[in-house]
Design a binder for this molecule. Structure first.
Ligand SMILES: [Zn+2]
Length: 366
């Protein structure tokens, strides 16, 4: 049996931009309507640093208070409807300015760049925020699961110990195979020792499996390799959509400016979409980035790996970014099929943590 945890990183864009109604509230309501239709209980993982920062500035800016109140209301409604709410946080909000209705986020994007005290404080405060918000609805609510901003969890001498110390039981940041190296983020998960099943991590480097039971377990964020055929098809469709947007005539720009946009548009599309598809087909299992055929390929890969694990029950964590969902129809069709599949059950992250502590899900060690 595959216990599938559908999770959602629920947040504004990484630089604090984006209309909160359009990219957070509306897509959450739309997702909940889909899940209700098919009886799926899922997990929303709000970036709580964002919300805490809205609260910090709300005294001088009533529009921030309004937005933060609506945020609370959405989180409560989702929880009351049977979904789980667990913790995600983006550390760049730790040093924020708000001017002329715009955010400037100056904190480091990677939690790995903060000293133990400050990262632990951020996580503890965010965890408290969720518990204060939800315990009035359910006295037993506890924040037990965590996903780091931009998946930056390892290596760190202290991050896992901090999480365990404040009561986090499972982490869902480790996407094996993921690699990112730019000015803001440097992550290398290409050589993770366990890429599919829950495991006890070495406390100073979650990429390695510990030799003993640890106070926190990692449940990998699933990944898969899409077929070249479907990847290329999806990328060409995206490229076409982008080019169409790029050549929309605008009232302010002249012919020349339009041509420039077009040219750089083509170059960008090649660099970002076509070239990677020719070289590699790695995907983090993020439903917002997949069309329906790729979702099917992901599920086939999960089934193969579950089968070869020889375990009776296997938890699998997928992610999603409501702000980026491209294929709503595909998503609905996929959720509908999952709800009918005999070898798949939906599980929340709280449910997953419970089955780990009860021993129903095995956790690997070396
Ligand atoms: Zn995020």
């Amino acid at each position: 049996m595959i216990y599938l945890a559908l999770t959602h990183d629920w947040e504004l864009r990484g630089n604090g931009s984006g209309d909160i109604e359009e990219i957070q509230f509306e897509p959450m309501r739309r997702l909940m309507a889909i899940y209700e239709k098919f009886g799926a209980r899922t997990t929303f993982m709000p970036d709580v640093m964002q919300q805490i920062t809205f609260r910090k500035f709300q005294g001088q800016h009533p529009e921030l208070k309004r937005a933060a109140d609506i945020w609370d209301e959405h989180a409560r409604t989702a929880y009351a409807a049977g979904h789980d709410i667990q913790l995600h946080l983006h550390s760049q909000w730790s040093d924020a300015r708000y001017e002329d209705g715009r955010w400037q986020l100056r904190g480091a994007w990677s939690l790995l760049k903060y000293a133990r005290d400050s990262s632990e404080q951020m996580i503890a405060e965010a965890k408290r925020y969720l518990e204060n918000l939800l315990q009035p609805i359910d006295r037993d609510y506890r924040c037990v699961a965590f996903r780091a901003s931009a998946l930056a969890l390892a290596p760190s001498t202290h991050l896992l110990s901090s999480l365990a110390a404040i009561g986090i039981e499972i982490d869902v940041s480790m996407a094996a195979g993921f690699y990112l190296h730019n000015e803001t983020l440097q992550l290398d998960y290409r050589h993770c020792e366990e890429t599919f099943l829950p495991y006890y991590p070495r406390m100073d480097d979650a990429r390695s499996v510990s030799e003993k039971r640890e106070p926190i377990a990692c449940v990998p964020l699933n990944h898969f390799y899409g077929s070249r055929r479907e990847v290329t098809k999806q990328n060409l469709a995206l490229a076409a959509a982008r080019l169409n947007r790029g050549v929309q005539p605008s009232k302010t720009s002249g012919q020349r400016a339009q041509l420039d946009t077009q040219t750089s548009g083509v170059a960008r599309v090649y660099e970002k979409l076509i070239e990677p598809a020719l070289k590699r087909k790695y995907f983090v299992s993020d439903l917002s980035r997949l069309n329906y055929p790729l979702m099917r390929e992901m599920l086939a890969s999960i089934r193969r790996r579950a089968q070869s694990s020889n375990l009776d029950s296997v938890p699998v964590v997928l992610t999603n970014h409501p702000k980026d969902i491209r294929d709503w129809d595909g998503l609905e069709r996929f959720v509908s099929e999952l709800s009918k599949a005999e070898d798949v059950e939906f599980i929340t992250l709280s449910g997953l943590a419970e089955k780990i502590s009860s021993g129903e899900f095995q956790v690997k060690m070396k």
